[in-house]
Design a protein around this ligand. Sequence first.
Ligand SMILES: Nc1ncnc2c1ncn2[C@@H]1O[C@H](COP(=O)(O)OP(=O)(O)OP(=O)(O)O)[C@@H](O)[C@H]1O
Ligand SMILES: [Mg+2]
Length: 269
Amino acid sequence: MAAKIYTITSGKGGTGKSIFAVNLAAALAGLAKKTLLIDADLGMADIGLMLGLENNKITLHEVLADEANVADALYDGPNGLKVLPGSLSLEGFKKADPSRIKNVINELAQNFEFMIIDTPTGINNATAASIEVCDEVLLVLTPDIVSIADGSKMKAFSTLLGKEVTGMILNRTMPVHDETYREKIMSSLDIKILEVLPEDVSIPNSIVGKSPVVTKYPYCEVAIAMNRLAALFSGIKMPEPEEGKGQKKQKNEKKRIPGAKLPFSQSKK
Ligand SMILES: Nc1ncnc2c1ncn2[C@@H]1O[C@H](COP(=O)(O)OP(=O)(O)OP(=O)(O)O)[C@@H](O)[C@H]1O
Ligand SMILES: [Mg+2]
């Protein structure tokens, strides 16, 4: 087995890369795919915090500092997901050697079906290594001009490293970002929009609850879209979300919210 590796990037900061990476990984794991989520944002390693794994002493940073084996830095996440978090400390950042990232990822690839790599903002060594080692590069962009411009630069950076961007996810959309607006973004970047994720209070709520929306708020529109994407990547038909089974519905959460309409076919490149 050699994992299919997805690297999540953006260009501009704060577009929702980490949230997306957490939810895509949890959604794939929920489809019974052996999935590993890696936090390659060595400067601001947020994934551990997002999943309640922040108190673990052995992380990717210790592995990159050659102080620990990678097997000891893997933790259990939701849906049977495995997580390789990073350290929150500045000490951890100082001692980690980013040039080892590729080796760590390649070593782990034999044990998983999917690997999702969250990267830091902007152009840097960790992002370059994560792009070079992956099969698919995904951009998570917000629908504003700065994010789109930085996404375009990241696309060019990826091409420079020999990887074409597979597709983009438009995050934090509002009703004003209609089909015409989205088509303009697609044609200006020449990248397919794979999913549209609306601005949704379930996201900050899920961070407070240290769980992905796909497990905590499975009826919210973002969760439904994430499951749809995971199913697309897995090549399997998406199961309908089931109500109940310990999953509390959020206040005001509708029973079924239709997914965002996409102005193009969802077939994979
Ligand atoms: N669809 C959404 N609806 C509402 N809030 C969102 C949505 N997506 C992301 N956010 C919020 O945006 C913030 C940034 O998200 P996240 O940390 O995932 O971005 P990032 O791209 O990883 O940031 P960084 O560049 O710092 O790594 C978070 O506070 C999160 O709650
Ligand atoms: Mg992040």
